[in-house]
Write a protein that binds this ligand. Structure first.
Ligand code: ADP
Ligand code: MG
Length: 210
């Protein structure tokens, strides 16, 4: 499947599905090192996104239109840190995708823009046990896959794989940003909920293009 507007819609619908399926897991991860709201917040947000997609009179013309709808909806319905962080990620990604189809470089630009948005908003770098630890390797892997001549679907698959590995690599880390940083070293040994939700979302980006 090409990475076009239909892909973007499919990505969003699959995202809502996977977040709903992993709601309890995300709540539990956040309960261990935060306040336990991550799964509930994201589930509420993506349900609202799907409701807005369903209510559109006309199909979106550009990939960026779909991602902008996600951004504005998450910003207004998801509380906590993740609402503004994901909202900014999707907003920047939307600005990078004002087109009806992405080539491999375009997919790289989408992932890099999302990462840039999260970093601009949250000021975290890698190694601080946040969603940046999933998005940053995802962006790097996307660049490598595109440089190696990969298709847009290959680039998404590489990004998703790297996000999964990056999320797992948050387990031994001590959090130094966000609510989990209040726990200091007691946050060690736990998977970061935002890195896990990033892994889930990027897995669906890849699956929607496969
Ligand atoms: P809150 O911490 O306000 O309850 P959530 O539980 O929805 O918000 O989201 C927590 C997740 O947000 C963390 O697991 C982490 O991945 C991410 N996060 C928190 N602070 C930052 C930050 N400054 N930069 C990037 N990501 C962050
Ligand atoms: Mg929380």
């Amino acid at each position: 499947m090409s990475v076009d507007v239909a892909w973007a819609v499919e990505w969003v619908r699959r995202s809502a599905q996977t977040i709903a399926e992993h709601r309890e897991e995300l709540i539990e991860l956040d309960r261990l090192i935060g306040d336990g709201d991550h799964g509930e917040n994201l589930d509420r947000g993506f349900r609202a996104v799907v409701a807005k997609l369903d209510a559109l009179d006309e199909p979106p013309a550009q990939i960026g239109d779909v991602l902008k709808l996600v951004a504005t909806t998450l910003m207004s319905t998801v509380g906590g840190a993740a609402g503004p962080l994901y909202g900014t990620a999707y907003l920047r990604a939307a600005k990078a995708t004002a087109t009806d189809e992405l080539d491999s470089a375009g997919v790289v630009a989408l992932v890099e823009a999302a990462l840039d948005g999260i970093v601009a908003r949250g000021k975290a770098t890698t190694g601080e046990k946040t969603m940046v630890d999933a998005w940053s390797p995802a962006a790097e892997a996307a660049v490598h896959a595109a440089d190696a001549g990969g298709s847009p679907a290959d680039v998404l698959a590489a990004a998703a794989q790297a996000a999964a590995e990056g999320a797992q690599a948050t387990i031994p880390l001590a959090a130094t940003k966000g609510r989990a940083s209040y726990l200091g070293e007691r946050s060690m040994g736990h998977l970061d909920p935002g890195a896990r939700s990033t892994e889930l979302l990027l897995a669906e980006a890849a699956a929607a293009a496969a």
